[in-house]
Design a protein around this ligand. Structure first.
Ligand SMILES: *Cc1c(COP(=O)(O)O)cnc(C)c1O
Length: 784
């Protein structure tokens, strides 16, 4: 590209001729990789394997009376989709069914037929017989064509098309799966069978010789070569040239596909054996592996280097795939979970009936969602794949990873060691508020409420908490630290005196933007305080829900955040939501999560969350949380954090800052509590909480994800504290730290306390565990 000019093909110019010449050479080189003689085969370049399948489909769909379509159960979704355009279709549910049908002499359809199947299942790597094309061709006497989906096979196996009469009529593959780059697919066509493709009606630039379209409608397709008639529009010429380099580099690195096959078969055998023999301390197998009885790891004819499995816990129950995925991400394993784009294979391996799949779908199960064990059955799998560049070390570290997190070999340290409780009389509180934080901009840094400053608590949370958010300019989605860890370095400051929200940048963002700080008014109503044009009403997606927001129109504001994060975004504000509770202040500053609560119909304060009791940790059952990751106020305990950090440090890890948990209130035990009498995780048993003069109801423990690994001062990702949390605070497959809570307003209709509820750093904290909850309610009614 540096030394030549490559023109669009189909012209006489030198640059165009150069392109054409090189592409023809690359076609040849690709055919040779599969031992395909150019006299019998041609290559059509397409965007990906799916595009190759669709090209074949287009031609069959344009047959006069349509076509008959058969496909194997183990097909990729892209192959199955073809059935929707067929006049008749049939899913073959086993190899035996295919064999029987293929051996029947032509009694089959009068319609032209197409039979498609994968050379290797993308679900569990099983390799299917390659002789079906020959059988079908000879027994159906040309009435049924074959489409081989080789996309999964050829990344770790040779494919020999040396004998045209045994070859599939059409073979599709994804070149990026072989080489990593370029993003390109190919359709290899047996020339002898190409006539059926010519019924395709569509033509595009590049595929026709002449088109008449004024008084008469006529066109002539290109006839010189096969690929010319199917490559619609301009070829991705630079990608094709990159393919040339990719093939050369691949050969230099790995030698041949046959060597890759040997190498990966060796690794896969080892991985399979290790996974197969993993046992919990009580002897229960850890991995349920989905392998066909007819295939064997190590036998490259029947099995590729892919393993699909699910994990079991030591009680024999299923481990959630989402849980495995989160930990794998932290440990930097790239694996896939869910339906794997192979609905037939997954359903038959998991024993899911169609009604169950539909039921799961209506219960909210989607490919890749968190909700992946339904009625004690997994709805998806875990898949690990090995490739040319995989090593024995990769295999060993993956097995070690499973052993570390999912194999039960000693009692989990979930139950806190017995501690001597403080001996002070229970009426005197042992806890106080160590700090109060708000997060004015969702997912950005905390702002700490200064000690001594009474801070307003509202039904929807602390004043100014998550009042603003940053919204992606393209998708309208609220940005989160999970994807943009640098948001931690955006530091909002609430300046009540000037009535401003100041936004400053810290750490590595400090020199990214020329403006050191921007400000927006705290006052929410632009009609009262500023010009009308400040906001624009918009809808923002927050955690998958549509929430109405007001976006700031100012170009300067957007530019500030856009430059800081390197992603085009706006600042937006959650507008008022009338909640009918009276005081204007609380209805004016509604938050996304309040909108969520109201939508879910879950907000029935005070005191009416029916079944939210947390059973003691360690007994394996935890109370359901009302909302997955948002609640009005989040509380963490200093003692619990200390306990967690002791465990992290004991393993040589980096202690976690309190900030990573993004709590609103940190509760700490009083200093006069004797040493060793700390009560970590006692908050699990709290039902109500009195802070200063205000009452709070505990809503349930807070579920955690990898976001707690983002260092809030450098925006770097660590492994801790999630790794240790997963080992010590995992109940029923979910990892918890901190407690959701909501303010319970006093409904006395007008005392000062009710009209302006506040809490202050240093306030005493009095927890009411389950057994004292009644007492708390009584006290609260006394206050009222
Ligand atoms: C990946 C894959 C596909 C789809 O390939 P694309 O290049 O994404 O279109 C189809 N079939 C199998 C077996 C695959 O592995």
């Amino acid at each position: 590209m540096i030394s030549n000019l490559y023109g669009n093909p189909h012209s006489a110019s030198n640059s165009s001729q150069l392109t054409t010449k090189r592409i023809e050479d690359i076609r040849l080189k690709l055919l040779k990789l599969f031992n395909a003689d150019p006299e019998h085969f041609d290559v059509v370049f397409v965007a990906n394997a799916t595009a190759g399948i669709k090209l074949v489909m287009e031609a069959f769909k344009d047959q006069e009376k349509g076509f008959w379509y058969g496909y194997h159960r183990d097909s990729h979704t892209s192959v199955i989709g073809v059935r929707e355009t067929a006049a008749q279709h049939r899913c073959f549910t086993s190899d035996a069914e295919v064999r029987q049908w293929a051996n029947e002499l032509d009694n089959e359809p009068r319609l032209p037929g197409l039979f498609a199947y994968p050379a290797q299942s993308n679900m569990n790597g099983r390799r299917l017989p390659l002789d079906w094309s020959r059988r079908i061709r000879s027994n159906k006497q040309g009435a049924v064509y074959t489409l081989l989906d080789a996309a999964a096979l050829v990344s770790t196996s040779p494919l020999d098309l040396g004998e045209p009469k045994n070859a599939p009529d059409f073979t599709v593959l994804s070149l990026y799966k072989m080489f990593g780059f370029p993003d390109l697919g190919a359709l290899i066509v047996l020339k002898e069978s190409s006539k059926i493709l010519d019924t395709r009606r569509y033509f595009g630039g590049g595929t026709v010789e002449m088109v008449v379209c004024l008084k008469e409608q006529w066109h002539a397709k290109k006839s010189e070569t096969l690929h010319e008639r199917f490559e619609d529009g301009t070829l991705p010429i630079h990608s094709i040239m990159a393919l040339d380099t990719a093939m050369s580099v691949h050969r230099d690195l790995f030698g041949s596909l046959a060597r890759i096959s040997k190498h990966t078969a060796f690794l896969a055998t080892r991985l399979y054996e290790d996974l197969f023999s993993l046992r919990h301390s009580n002897g229960i197998a850890v991995c349920k592996i989905y392998k066909e009885p007819t295939s064997a790891y190590g036998d490259t004819r029947t099995q590729g280097p892919i393993i699909a499995f699910n994990l079991r816990n030591h009680l024999g129950g299923w481990v959630r795939n989402a849980e495995v995925e989160k930990l794998a991400a932290i440990k930097n394993f790239q694996l896939r979970t869910g339906g794997l784009c192979n609905p037939g294979g997954v359903a038959s391996s998991l024993g899911l009936a169609p009604w169950e799949m539909k039921e799961n779908f209506s219960a909210g199960q989607r490919c890749g969602s968190d909700n992946d064990i339904i009625c004690a059955k997994p709805t998806g799998m875990i898949r690990v794949s090995l490739g040319a560049m995989s090593t024995l070390k990769d295999v060993c570290s993956f097995v070690d990873f499973l052993r570390e997190f999912f194999v039960h070999d000693r009692p989990l340290s979930a139950t806190p060691p017995v501690t001597t409780p403080c001996t002070e009389p229970p009426t005197q509180s042992l806890f106080h508020v160590e700090s109060i934080s708000v997060y004015p901009i969702k997912s950005c840094a905390a702002w700490s409420v200064p000690p001594g400053e009474p801070w307003e608590v509202r039904r929807e949370g602390l004043a100014w908490d998550r009042e603003w958010c940053l919204v992606h300019q393209g998708t309208g989605t609220a940005l989160s630290q999970k994807r943009y860890p640098k948001m931690a370095l955006i530091r909002p400051v609430i300046d009540l005196e000037k009535g401003l929200l100041r936004i400053q940048l810290s750490g590595s963002l400090r020199n990214v933007v020329s403006t050191p700080e921007i400000t927006v008014p705290l006052s929410a109503d632009p009609l009262l305080f500023s010009d009308k044009a400040m906001y624009k009403d918009t809808t923002t997606k927050v955690c998958g829900d549509s929430i109405s927001t007001k976006t700031y129109r100012s170009g300067g504001v957007s530019a500030f955040f856009t430059q800081a994060l390197g992603v085009a975004c706006h600042l937006a504000r959650f507008p008022a939501v009338g909640n009918g509770r009276g005081p204007v202040t609380s209805s004016r500053h509604a938050k996304a999560h309040l909108q969520k609560y109201q939508k879910a119909g879950g907000m029935h304060l005070p005191g009416a969350f029916p079944d939210t009791r947390l059973l003691a940790p360690g007994c394996g059952v935890s109370k359901p949380i009302l909302l997955s990751n948002e609640s009005p106020i989040l509380i963490i305990s200093r003692s619990s954090l200390n306990r967690l950090n002791e465990l992290i440090k004991a393993e040589g890890g980096k202690a976690a800052q309190a900030e990573v948990f993004r709590a609103n209130i940190v509760v700490a035990e009083n200093l006069d509590c004797p040493p060793g009498a700390e009560q970590p995780y006692t908050e699990d048993d709290w039902r109500y909480l009195q802070i200063g003069q205000q009452y709070f109801e505990m809503l349930g423990p807070c579920r955690r994800c990898q976001m707690v690994c983002v260092d809030q001062y450098t925006a770097e990702r660590n492994q801790e504290p999630f790794v240790t949390l997963s080992k010590t605070r995992r109940f029923d497959g979910r990892v918890y730290f901190g407690e959701h809570t909501a303010h319970v307003p006093a409904n006395d209709g007008g005392s000062l306390l009710a009209q302006n509820p506040t809490i202050t750093v240093g306030d005493t904290v009095h927890p009411f565990p389950e057994e004292e909850a009644e007492e708390a309610l009584r006290l609260q009614s006394l206050v009222s």
